[in-house]
Design a protein around this ligand. Structure first.
Ligand code: SAM
Length: 268
């Protein structure tokens, strides 16, 4: 395992099956990601490659909705967990930079994880180019990134900045986007790259893709101290409010996660 891949140990020690269902922040990320996928993916039946799909949390409802969904992940535990999800067409070990699929064989590729764990730009562009290779003409890539400012906001609103070491982590995130948690402090995530929002479209273009949208997933709403109540009692109002500002350029960096949507319009 190279230093850049020490995140594998993080995933072997945590449970991705709970991440998007337990805490309100995860629930909001899940609801909004599914909403955006429903908006941007080609309608079912279509073939989707869920690259970095972990335990299959997003793949499961997509399979229920009639997609043929193949999950790929480098972490054996994730593939084992995803294999138990009903309806998935397959779950296999693999890497976003080198997909074991023929050219032009799928309608959509999800990269909901790989782009923020590939810490070198060349690797992120390689993953996007590989997604493009396996897409049919007109196919869609939906790729998640993490904002460079997420740890600043988390540090302020949750008080992490008062803990030893967090300010240095934040300073590096803001300065160079390289997120590191060398002591593996719980809740401080793991090795990742945090994007300036406008870097991601440039990476997609360098991979030969046409950029359709860059959308905030949670927007500013993840910072609400009573987010659980909003989700339980005023969900429609909350979601309408996020949607209204989901592409507002000055707010994009406030969202911890953003979704880049790009298409393969022509053969290179
Ligand atoms: C935070 S999890 C997200 C899982 C899920 N897609 C979601 O949105 O909840 C990030 C995932 O990306 C995977 N990943 C990281 N680097 C990858 C790579 N180079 N190729 C494929 N998957 C990768 C990890 O194994 C992990 O399962």
């Amino acid at each position: 395992m190279t230093p850049a891949e020490d995140w594998i140990a993080h995933y072997e020690a945590t449970d991705e099956r709970d991440r998007l269902t337990a805490a309100p922040g995860g629930r909001l990320e899940f609801i909004r990601t599914q909403e955006l996928l429903a908006r941007f993916l080609p309608p079912p039946p279509a073939v989707i490659l869920d690259v970095g799909g972990a335990a299959g949390i997003h793949a499961a409802p997509l399979a229920t909705n009639g997609y043929e969904i193949h999950l790929i992940d480098p972490v054996p535990l994730h593939v084992e967990q995803a294999s138990a999800v009903p309806g998935l067409a397959s779950a296999t070990i693999g890497d976003a930079r080198n997909l074991d699929r023929p050219d032009a064989s799928v309608d959509a590729v999800l990269l909901l994880g790989p782009l923020y764990h590939l810490t070198e730009r060349a690797d992120r562009v390689a993953a996007l180019a590989e997604a493009r290779r396996v897409l049919r003409l007109g196919g869609v890539v939906a790729a998640a990134i993490i904002s460079r400012y997420a740890s600043t906001l988390d540090g302020l609103f949750r008080g992490y900045l008062r803990a030893d070491g967090f300010e240095a982590l934040v300073a590096r995130d803001v300065g160079e986007g390289q997120h590191r948690n060398p002591d593996d402090v719980s809740g401080w995530f793991t090795t990742a790259y945090c994007h300036e929002p406008d870097e991601a479209p440039a990476e997609a273009r360098d991979a030969g893709l046409d950029v359709e949208a860059l959308v905030a997933i949670e927007g500013p709403a993840w910072l609400l101290p009573d987010l659980a109540r909003w989700l339980n009692e005023d969900r429609d109002l909350l979601l309408r409010t996020i949607r209204r500002v989901e592409t507002a350029p000055r707010l994009l960096g406030m969202s911890p996660h953003l979704l880049l949507v790009a298409t393969k319009r022509a053969a290179l």
